[in-house]
Design a binder for this molecule. Structure first.
Ligand code: PXG
Length: 284
């Protein structure tokens, strides 16, 4: 918390913090595998980009954040972990003005996470198409990982109400953007496709890693705009995210995707992903 290790019960934030009052701030979710912090540089770069986009200045350098993440991981005795890094606007007066908050509140949590039941990684999971569109980039750019997640949470509620765990979100023009907490890919005729950043989405670290794996494995891949109809006709659909890693989609609304279970390309990418995070490659 703000540069000091504190026990869990002392890790508290003021009710006057604008992160709490207005969702004014940004965050990252990061994984550690075997004591190595996965793509920590990319996550801290994105944290700084999010902060800059909301005119929030980090009191710590990139290196200080990375050191603090490592310290928090070690203090919790964790080697496999989920790390949450949060930077809020800080404590201020009631009223929106962010510039009346003298200092950001910064904290790091190291804990565990399991997002989806393990069996779903074999069977694939059902998702729905949310009726609610993803935020308009000109209003609140989804590439900013801000503490305002209500757009995603309201779509997540649509999913839960429909008895599934994720929802596909379309942008204001009806192009597929992403899911509430995951990016989305499809495979058709051996080509791997994911929405281009211009669809208005969080440019996921896992998404970037999967695109890199495709190139390394010689799988043709592209980033472009597409509509939900194209997704319904795909051979395979899968989601990517820090928490989810790679998970197959078996059904979208009433449409079964491909064989209705994890497909061969998704399986290959999942195996490559797991091998890489388990390997002793240097941390990056
Ligand atoms: N889109 C959105 C809206 C996200 O929130 C992703 C895509 C995937 O990005 P990364 O960089 O993780 O590959 C995210 C990330 C959670 C949780 O608690 C959600 C995310 C990450 C970690 C935990 O549900 N979402």
């Amino acid at each position: 918390m703000d540069g000091t290790l504190v026990p869990r019960e002392q890790a508290v934030v003021s009710v006057f913090d604008h992160g709490v009052l207005y969702g004014d701030g940004c965050f990252e979710g990061i994984r550690a595998y075997h004591g190595r912090i996965f793509r920590v540089g990319a996550h801290i770069d994105r944290l700084f980009a999010s902060a800059e986009a909301i005119r929030l200045k980090s009191p710590y350098s990139r290196e200080q954040w990375i050191d603090a993440i490592r310290t928090t991981l070690n203090a919790n005795g964790l080697t496999n972990a989920y790390i949450r890094v949060v930077m809020t606007r800080g404590v201020g007066t009631l009223g929106l003005n962010p510039f009346r908050c003298p200092a950001p509140t910064c904290f790091i949590i190291a804990d565990s996470i399991s997002l989806y039941p393990p069996a779903l990684y074999e069977s694939g999971m059902k998702v729905i198409t949310a009726r609610r569109p993803r935020n308009l980039p000109a209003a609140l750019d989804p590439s900013i990982k801000s503490l305002n997640y209500l757009n995603n949470i309201l779509a997540k509620i649509e999913a839960i109400d429909a008895g599934v765990l994720e929802a596909i979100m379309l942008n204001h023009e009806g192009f597929v953007a992403e899911c509430t907490g995951d990016n989305i890919f499809f495979v058709k005729g051996g080509r791997v496709v994911t929405p281009a950043a211009s669809a208005g989405l969080l440019v996921g670290v896992t998404r970037g890693f999967v695109l890199q794996l495709c190139r390394e494995m010689g799988l043709p891949c592209e980033e472009r705009l597409f509509r939900i109809e194209e997704l319904r006709q795909a051979d395979e659909v899968f989601l990517t995210g820090t928490a989810a890693e790679i998970i197959a989609v078996s059904q979208i609304d009433d449409d079964v995707i491909g064989s209705g279970t994890i497909g061969p390309v998704t399986r290959r990418l999942t195996e490559a992903f797991r091998a890489r995070v388990a390997s002793h490659a240097p941390e990056d």
